[in-house]
Design a protein around this ligand. Structure first.
Ligand code: FAD
Ligand code: DHB
Length: 390
């Protein structure tokens, strides 16, 4: 087979790029290791910045998001038994975020690709990137006992943190920066009315908690747990009891609980791989960088990569102009690092760090007290949370 751009990974990054390029007449083949049902079964992001929503509109995939997604103009920070609201709209100069689940967004992208007869191949095994330093790269994969070869101009590695693409960059070229946090998030999805119409991020001496939602009948809650814990250690009752303990009493009192329809633990990690381009290979999204989920930046950072890469490839194919493509890695990394800084900061502000000294705990309390007392600090939080410009 032959294509212009071979995309590895059928998560939101790969699907969105493939859809955008298709609309500009650029041919792609997308390879996904799992089935569509498996990809849609993963419960992940819930908060989208407007830049992402805008790209979904450009990709002609926004109809359901615009109808069902909720515009949120603020969120709460719970601490010391009370709730303080961060007015995103006021402090970011009129911006907001969209609450719309990654599962739904990915489903919309798959449906659009299907409608436009996009070439999306599932259940591929043993994907290899070949000759990426040459002018004639190709990708191979195994389908049953058949090896299939795809010749292309460019390869895009959008295959997430555990994918193969990043590993194809020679060790002497790739630099990796990493911070691993000593805890994870236990997440529960439940068919219950959300405890609050807006998100609540809670700092508590027992650990962080987050009250989020997917709709007014579907709630998503998280609690900070030790890395050693597994899902089996947490019955539904134990989860609800611990979540309530970490919230102000009046919030806990109105919490509606119910059976968990999904329960999973995500470790927290900060990670960046540089550069994001090596010869004919481009990395995008979680394949190149990971943030702890606290600031809701992960998927939104993927969106800016896709934006830069999309425009670079369009200029290359339509005008023969390689300037944007050549600047991709630097441009994408500049924004990626700002998302890293913000996610690290918000994680540091709100979690309990078991190894912290009393001095460090005091500084953390003071960081929060300062935030609550300063319009400028709230402005900085709001500007980052709604998303820095692309
Ligand atoms: P992925 O979604 O990981 O997709 C990569 C795809 O590649 C997968 O489908 C995988 O199966 C496939 N693949 C892997 N290896 C191969 C291979 N060898 N061959 C072919 N295919 C392969 N972000 C936000 O912006 N806002 C939030 O509110 C938010 N909340 C989060 C909450 C949690 C609990 C977690 C875990 C994450 C959250 N994120 C959030 C982050 C967000 O989910 C990710 O950043 C996003 O999924 C990245 O998309 P991606 O397409 O780059 O990678
Ligand atoms: C969700 C996840 C986040 O990391 C976050 O900051 C906000 C919301 C969510 O899954 O709903």
């Amino acid at each position: 087979m032959k294509t212009q751009v071979c995309i590895i990974g059928g998560g939101p990054s790969g699907l969105l790029l493939s859809q955008l390029l298709h609309l500009k007449g650029i041919d792609t083949i997308l390879l996904e290791r799992h089935s569509r049902e498996y990809v849609l079964g993963r419960i992940r992001a819930g908060v989208l910045e407007h830049g992402f929503a805008k790209l979904m509109r450009e990709a002609q995939c926004s109809e359901r998001m615009d109808r069902e997604g909720e515009i949120h103009e603020g969120f709460f920070i719970a601490h010391d038994g009370r709730l303080d609201r961060i007015d995103l709209h006021k402090y970011s100069g009129g911006n907001s975020v969209v609450v719309y689940g990654q599962t739904e967004l990915t489903r919309d992208l798959y449906e659009a690709r299907e409608r436009m007869k996009g070439n999306v191949i599932h259940n591929v095994e043993d994907v290899y990137l070949n000759d990426i330093a040459s002018d004639a790269p190709y990708v191979t994969y195994r389908a049953g006992d058949r090896i299939v070869r795809i010749d292309c101009d460019y390869i895009v590695g959008a295959d997430g943190f555990h994918g193969v693409s990043r590993k194809a960059i020679p060790k002497g070229i790739l630099r990796e920066y990493e911070r691993v946090y000593p805890f994870g998030w236990l997440g529960v999805l439940s068919r219950t009315k959300p405890v609050s119409p807006e998100l609540i991020y809670a700092k508590h001496e027992r650990g962080f908690a987050l009250c989020s939602l997917r709709s007014q009948v579907l709630s998503r809650y998280y609690i900070q747990v030790p890395l050693e814990d597994s899902v089996e250690d947490w019955s539904d009752d134990a989860f609800w009891a611990e979540l309530k303990r970490r919230l102000p009493a009046e919030v806990a009192a109105r919490m509606v609980t119910g059976p968990a329809i999904e329960k999973s633990i995500a470790p927290l990690r900060s990670f960046v791989a540089e550069p994001m381009r090596y010869k004919r290979l481009f990395l995008a999204g979680d394949a190149a960088h990971i943030v702890p989920p606290t600031g809701a930046r992960g998927l939104n950072s993927a969106a800016s990569d896709i934006y830069y890469l999309y425009h670079g490839l369009v200029d290359h194919y339509q005008k023969g102009d390689n300037q944007k493509l050549d600047g991709y890695s630097d441009k994408a990394l500049a924004r990626v690092w700002k998302a890293q800084r913000f996610s690290w900061w918000m994680t540091s502000l709100l979690h309990r760090f078991p190894a912290n000294s009393p001095y460090e705990d005091k500084l953390q309390d003071t960081d929060l007290a300062y935030l609550m007392s300063s319009d400028l600090a709230k402005g900085s939080l709001a500007e980052n949370y709604v998303g820095l410009p692309f």
